[in-house]
Design a protein around this ligand. Structure first.
Ligand code: GRF
Length: 195
């Protein structure tokens, strides 16, 4: 993650219940000094930071990030508000889940809330999807709608979306951990394949 880490906190809270079915083996960030790292540290989860500026180029950062993730042998990587596009080294090595504060394919990119407001939609929402090499283009797993109110600004709308987004992310990660998933083309099905 890259920021305040409220989505991470929701996952940290969820994994405290053994029945949830998942553990968080590590938390990584692309920058220092963010609240999300402090949240992980308070929960006793190993953290690491891999900054683009510490590498000669983006490709080197991509390789270093994948290597750092691999040290922890995760079954699933979750981008919980990670504000960088992941490169091939991570995407080819792990399934990667991403969350976005808009109803994709509408309003992809770093300003999904601002762009939805500017367009004037009355309903937006959040999307949990598998990450691929594009910007918010991966196969969609779950979505939930959120109403836009008169008088909303980017902050109030984003906070309302994030309340829903946290629940959707926790629910999706838990189901993936407990039930598994299959990907056929652009369709992701949660649950064990029929025998
Ligand atoms: C989330 O809305 C995420 O989808 C977006 O940034 C926000 C991260 O919030 N990319 P937080 O750091 O989990 O509080």
């Amino acid at each position: 993650m890259s920021g305040s880490g409220t989505n991470l906190q929701a996952l940290l809270d969820a994994v405290a219940d053994e029945g949830y079915g998942a553990r968080i083996v590590a938390v990584g960030a692309d920058r220092d000094g963010i609240e999300g790292l402090a949240r992980a540290e308070r929960a006793g989860v190993p953290v690491f930071v891999e900054r683009v500026a510490d590498h000669p180029d983006r490709a080197a950062w991509d390789r270093a990030l994948a290597a750092r993730i691999a040290e922890h042998e995760p079954d699933l990587v979750v981008c919980a508000g990670f504000m960088k596009i992941l490169g091939a080294p991570t995407l080819t090595a792990f399934p990667v889940l991403n969350t976005h504060p808009a109803l994709l394919p509408a309003f992809p990119g770093a300003h999904g809330v601002r762009d939805a407001l500017a367009y004037g939609v009355r309903v937006t929402g959040c999307t949990v999807m598998l990450a691929d090499a594009g910007v918010d283009t991966g196969p969609i797993i779950a979505q939930e709608a959120v109403r836009v109110y008169d008088g909303d600004d980017e902050h109030t709308l984003h906070e309302r979306i994030k309340t829903v987004e946290r629940g959707l992310l926790v629910d999706t990660v838990g189901r993936m951990a407990r039930e598994g998933w299959t990907v056929t083309g652009r369709t992701v099905r949660l649950g064990r394949p029929a025998a």
